[in-house]
Write a protein that binds this ligand. Sequence first.
Ligand SMILES: [Zn+2]
Ligand SMILES: [Zn+2]
Length: 158
Amino acid sequence: MNVSKWNVALLNVSKHGIVGNCPACGSVDTDYEYFKFKSGRGTLDVWCISCKTRISTDCMNIPDNPKTIYDTTDYNWDDVDDILHCGTREEIDAIKCPECDGELEYTYIPEIRYMEISCKGSCGTNIRCHKVYTVPNFYKLKNVGVTSNDLDYETIAN
Ligand SMILES: [Zn+2]
Ligand SMILES: [Zn+2]
């Protein structure tokens, strides 16, 4: 899989609103969809209907577009995930448990792409996430001083 070609397809969508030819098989039968969290950030998915290749990128500023799906739910674990992955230092510092408003602890182990979120409040929720391919911002901010504005183009192929 040629990831850089797919990144071009993702950029095509952001800039011109079209995917263009599938980088894998050349088909014009391609489509895309945005998902926008309450933060204004979200995901762009691009896929080919012919060969079923699909690629997505997160931490994007999402435009209002006919292909944008909006997060209309209450603040929940998906929002926590959005903030931990893509949020600014201020957003990450202000993060709260969506169930009990308690303090959250989070860990990321890059070698095994593993993330864990635990609530230190009354609900005690513990979430273990495997296959976390995109390095979360909280980890970058803590460990390498990368700014949260750096777009992460790591991609996942299904
Ligand atoms: Zn294709
Ligand atoms: Zn909690």
